[in-house]
Design a protein around this ligand. Structure first.
Ligand SMILES: Cc1cc2nc3c(=O)[nH]c(=O)nc-3n(C[C@H](O)[C@H](O)[C@H](O)COP(=O)(O)OP(=O)(O)OC[C@H]3O[C@@H](n4cnc5c(N)ncnc54)[C@H](O)[C@@H]3O)c2cc1C
Length: 368
């Protein structure tokens, strides 16, 4: 088997690692894609186009080539294949956090806010404000010849949804691809599930996801969000649940910058506090202020808008906090040290206990 562009030593590492640590996954690949009677599988070689497995069955051993349907990192392609096999065998261990999302399309919500539409094979939370996925900032991309095969594996409803979307396959220019790989290959970032929906004509499980990403310059998250092409698979390896139950009683402060606006919009959609909130919306540019639609803001809310960056932003937030009346609870997310300043202020000036003072850092200034 010819190992083309991949470094041989790196590949030996991958092969040894997969044989040592992913025996169950290899066996699932063998049983689903090669021979249902497989009792053991050993990875012999990997190339850009496929993997070579030795498959042991009661009838004997043989080696088998299996073509990849995606392009990408060798280990990622093997693990994706294993995931597909284990889903088909219903063998994913309970509590498995890893899930794959298939990118459908990108929508522009404002100058810097992109909506990424994904589908996923395992049901999503239907209505949990602030539920976030830890996305690996890279993608597996279907090989040209396997584009259609991949989709034929999907349930009918999902296939219908994709048919309209997949007329154009956008390929990254080589320079952009190199930049993407070099700059952020192993990074992961949390992004909030803004909303989820059932697939078209299917009113049961929610499998369509909206993930809204604030883009700025060539940051890893921004490059990732702009570079995804329809059909790409992305992986999330962890999940995060915001605690927002405390906002449904008393005088509440909600404070969010662009990265927390998706969670904030979901909190407002679920507003059941008889009192309207005090709302602080922070953004670097005016354009993102409209992200939180006016229709979501409860009547008589006090809304403060801060359009600023860096130190000026922090100073204006602090100055605003000093003008607010009594508060019983707070939820929000913004830059790390800004969030700390807000928490400390609410603890000392409003005596908010930790359970009612949930203001988190979603990103760090200067975190390059
Ligand atoms: C639970 C959770 C949920 C989240 N949900 C979302 C979400 O739904 N949408 C979303 O867009 N983000 C969300 N984030 C933030 C996200 O994970 C990234 O940390 C953030 O987008 C920055 O990543 P980046 O790759 O763009 O930039 P980084 O690599 O973090 O930073 C690159 C440079 O840009 C600067 N920078 C980073 N972010 C900003 C910013 N917002 N404004 C100004 N300068 C910045 C940094 O200081 C640094 O100099 C969430 C974070 C958490 C913890």
């Amino acid at each position: 088997m010819v190992t083309s562009t991949v470094d041989r030593q790196g590949l030996t590492d991958v092969i040894e690692h997969v044989n040592d640590d992913h025996q169950d996954e290899l066996l699932s690949i063998a049983q689903v894609f090669i021979d249902a009677d497989a009792e053991r599988a050993t990875l012999l070689d990997v190339s850009d186009s496929g993997l070579k497995l030795q498959v042991d069955t009661p009838a004997g051993s043989r080696s088998h080539l299996h073509a990849f349907s995606m392009t990408g990192d060798a280990e990622d392609k093997i693990l994706f294949l294993a995931y597909q096999a284990m889903v088909r065998q219903r063998k994913l261990p309970p509590g498995t956090k890893t899930r794959y999302f298939r990118f459908v399309e990108r929508q522009t919500l404002s100058a810097n806010m992109l909506r990424l539409v994904f589908t996923t094979d395992r049901p999503l939370p239907a209505n949990e404000p602030g539920y976030a996925f830890f996305f690996s900032l890279k993608a597996l991309r279907p090989t040209r010849q396997n584009k259609d095969v991949e989709y034929s594996d999907m349930p009918l409803m999902m296939r219908l949804w994709f048919r309209g979307m997949l007329t154009v396959m956008k390929w990254l220019k080589p320079t952009a691809r190199r930049k993407l790989l070099n700059s952020m290959y192993s990074k992961s970032k949390y992004y909030t599930l803004r909303a989820s929906f059932p697939a078209e004509n299917d009113d049961s499980a929610h499998r369509l996801a909206w993930i809204d990403v604030y883009t700025h310059g060539d940051s890893p998250g921004s490059v990732w969000a702009r570079s995804l092409a329809p059909g790409d698979m992305v992986k999330s390896t962890a999940e995060y649940r915001e605690k927002t139950d405390h906002v449904h009683e008393g005088r509440v402060l909600l404070i969010a910058d662009e990265t927390a606006m998706p969670a904030l919009a979901a909190v407002l959609e679920n507003w059941r506090n008889p009192l309207p909130p005090t709302l602080v919306l922070i953004s670097r540019s005016e354009a993102e202020q409209d992200y939180v639609d006016a229709s979501l803001i409860p009547e008589d809310s006090q809304v403060y808008r801060i359009v600023a960056d860096g130190e000026e932003r922090k100073e204006r937030v602090e100055a605003l906090l000093r003008t607010l009346g009594p508060l019983d609870a707070a939820w929000g997310a913004l830059e790390h040290s800004d969030a700390k300043m807000v928490r400390v202020f609410l603890r000392t000036r409003h005596s908010l206990a930790a359970s009612n003072n949930r203001v988190r850092g979603y990103w760090k200034l200067g975190d390059d």
